[in-house]
Design a protein around this ligand. Sequence first.
Ligand SMILES: [Zn+2]
Length: 260
Amino acid sequence: MKCTGLLLLMALFLPGCAMRGQDSTRRATVILKLDDLRVEEGQVPGGWQEVFTYLNQAGVVATLGLIGSSLEEDNPPYFDWIISRHEEGHEIWNHGYCHCKPTGPEGEELTEFRGTDLAYQLDHIQRTQQLAESKLGFPLRSFGAPFNATDSTTAAAIHQLPSLQVWMYKADDSNTGAYLLPRTAGVNIEYPTHVPSFDKFLRAYQSNRNAPVLVIQGHPQSWVDKPERMQDFKRIVHHLIADGARFTTPYAYYLAQRGE
Ligand SMILES: [Zn+2]
């Protein structure tokens, strides 16, 4: 046990040894992009509850990617849970309306924001914006697409919605008025999607911790039934805290960049 403890201490306090060309005195800036908040069987899903109980205890701010259709049916306990996270400083963001895969004219599989037309995309983004305003009582300021699948039509839709000011993981270089928060290649919570890996995160983080901002993605509801997944997520956050990382949200980061 002593040896294990020593290794853990080394991992916590000597990350600089393994960094290639990274300034270990500079603090990393991190956004936890957590996806797919929706109601399940009338409840706030357990993975979301556990993750935000943990993050609040740890004093870490994060984000919740909301699927708009989950606000259609009135559910005050679910709405109150989301509003409480908003009031704590976590950012609720627009993760589309249905998270669905519609069928295209040739019978092909599309995604909500790739391959569908402008009226469809605009309607799906706007519906979630309007549901948030009417049922939660605050506007959503940031967007990230299901499957991170977007196209130039999405850029045109976002352009028409000035209330949405930040876009995470935009997939192409089409023009948009939104402030972009890109993905840093290789730096994730999950390897592959839905499966947190502390070891893989740590290697990628140590090589990229000086990026202007690290937007790292995860899916809390995929971790709840597998304790090792939740444990690896918590180890990642614990390591970031020990490394002095600053946690922020997309909209707060954008405002800070604008000097507000
Ligand atoms: Zn998603």
